[in-house]
Design a protein around this ligand. Structure first.
Ligand code: ZN
Ligand code: ZN
Ligand code: ZN
Ligand code: ZN
Ligand code: ZN
Ligand code: ZN
Length: 503
């Protein structure tokens, strides 16, 4: 992938950390905030975003709490509770606190008896209400509400809440009906390190969940969060793909894998439709078909859809089974669905047959690119193994064979894009702009198949194909940029008419 394709995480890494944290506090998104990270030529389908690590998120919280603590003159563990209660809207908290201190503290589960410091104490004549232990010298603890329990019971309670129930910011006093909140200081006093570490992780999680401009990377075991200012209302005009530092490309709007150029609302509808219609569609993912000319069985073992029959040498398209020679010409359309003229609108059966045919056209192409992406990847993994061999045979260094790696990545990404162009096209109403879209789709598709074809060549040939492959990779990537740019501009300018409502 070319590095100007997305705002990569390298663009905003550690050297900007210090600015990061102060920027991070801002509730509003003035343009200044993003200007200094703005790349000179950001494309219309790209959005500004930043990636944060766990510790950066923690630091950002601590700094905001500290600031409020200085302003309100309250201990930081109480300010933390208040900030969470106010979903990190600092100004609102300060304003309301100054208006009515008691009300704000009460509503957040704190009480006004703030002066007493929390500590572990031994209390004469005490009996724990949970375990009924009344030994002399028993260590006890109580929050400001004065509901006192033995330290052992308290610790078990916290462990249960944090480790088993996954609670953090809303843990209440163990006394039934008491809404006083356990704060971080109490956790520090009572919980073993593994529990307080977990508590911190969970708090971070709620922090990210509470803020609209933050979202966890959905990749398994990834601990980065992404900051992006695109709100739910903007999702009809932009598809905000972000790239996490772990390498995962995902949509900031819905959290699904990158689905450009298709807006979130269409993706949701399309996935639902495919689930509902899975029986009708019954997509055959079989990897064998018959040659349309000699009927010999042909097996597909790579992602490329340009097939050549081993027996009669007939070249055809795996998707539409039409002759390959006509693909890419101006009159032949593998990607466009031609509405059949003369369907009687009163004939319900004919109408529903026509609409099923239309759906299957798009669905088969959508599913085929998904399938092809998998096959491309399998083939690449096999190739990678052989690459090591190639290196030693041809005397090429590791760096010199990286063109295969980048070609494979571009291929994966383009098939992903192509896949979603078919969902996009399914909901697209025909107008004079649809032709431009379909031409871009066709151009990208043809370019992808050519590159994909090179992958299926014998490994011995790959070294001599280096220049050609690098050229094709750049070309394919460029076709993708053109398609995404055109569709994104159309969305932004509200030029596309969809058959369904995006809201
Ligand atoms: Zn007890
Ligand atoms: Zn209580
Ligand atoms: Zn990630
Ligand atoms: Zn989305
Ligand atoms: Zn044949
Ligand atoms: Zn075709």
């Amino acid at each position: 992938m070319s590095d100007d394709d997305f705002m990569s995480d390298e663009d905003f890494n550690d050297e900007s950390l210090e600015e990061t944290d102060s920027e991070f506090e801002d509730e509003t998104y003035d343009d200044d905030r993003y200007l200094k990270y703005d790349k000179p030529q950001r494309k219309s389908y790209e959005v500004e975003f930043r990636v944060y690590s766990d510790s950066q998120i923690q630091k950002a919280q601590a700094e905001q709490i500290e600031e409020v603590s200085n302003i309100l003159g309250l201990p930081s563990e109480q300010c933390a509770v208040l900030m969470r209660h106010f979903k990190w809207q600092k100004e609102r908290l300060i304003e309301q606190y100054l208006n009515s201190q008691e009300e704000v503290l009460g509503a957040a589960g704190l009480d006004t008896n703030a002066a007493r410091t929390l500590k572990i104490e031994k209390v004469k004549g005490f009996m724990c209400d949970i375990c009924c232990n009344d030994e002399n010298g028993l260590e006890t603890f109580a929050l400001r509400c004065d509901h006192r329990y033995c330290v052992e019971c308290y610790t078990v309670y916290l462990e249960q809440k944090i480790k088993e129930e996954g609670e953090s910011g809303r843990i209440q006093c163990p006394c039934e009906g008491c809404s006083t909140l356990v704060d971080s200081k109490a956790i520090k006093l009572l919980a073993p390190k593994s529990v307080s570490d977990r508590y911190q992780v969970l708090l971070n999680r709620t922090y990210v969940d509470d803020k609209d401009n933050l979202r966890w990377c959905p990749a398994p075991n990834c601990e980065y969060a992404v900051d992006c200012a695109i709100g739910p209302k903007q999702l009809t005009t932009i598809v905000p793909t972000v790239v996490c530092s772990c390498g995962h490309h995902f949509c900031f709007g819905c959290g699904l894998n990158d689905h450009q150029p298709c807006p979130c609302a269409l993706v949701k509808k399309w996935i639902k439709k495919c689930e509902d219609d899975s029986e009708t569609a019954n997509w055959i993912s079989a990897n064998t078909k018959e040659c349309p000319k000699c009927l010999a069985t042909i097996e597909k073992n790579g992602g490329c859809n340009h097939m050549t029959c081993r027996k009669c040498k007939h070249e055809f398209c795996w998707v539409c089974m039409g002759p390959w020679s006509e693909h890419g010409t101006s009159w032949y359309n593998c990607n466009r669905f031609e509405e059949k003229a003369g369907v009687d609108a009163r004939d319900h059966q004919a109408k529903s047959r026509a609409s099923l045919e239309r759906y299957l056209h798009y669905y088969n192409r959508y599913a085929n690119h998904e399938q092809s992406a998998k096959l491309d990847k399998d083939l690449y993994l096999k190739t990678e193994k052989k690459m090591t061999l190639l290196q030693s045979q041809s005397g090429m260094s590791w760096i010199e064979v990286q063109y295969l790696d980048s070609a494979s990545k571009v291929l994966q990404q383009c098939r992903q894009t192509l896949k979603w162009t078919y969902a996009f096209a399914f909901y697209l109403e025909r107008n004079n702009l649809t032709h431009i879209f379909e031409d871009n789709q066709k151009d990208l598709e043809m370019a992808v198949e050519t590159l994909s074809e090179l992958f299926e060549r014998p490994v011995e040939q790959l070294a001599s194909l280096k220049v050609e492959m690098m050229d094709k990779t750049a070309y394919v990537n460029n076709r993708r940029i053109i398609l995404l740019d055109d569709t994104a501009k159309g969305l932004l300018e509200d030029k596309w008419n969809f058959t369904v409502d995006l809201n």
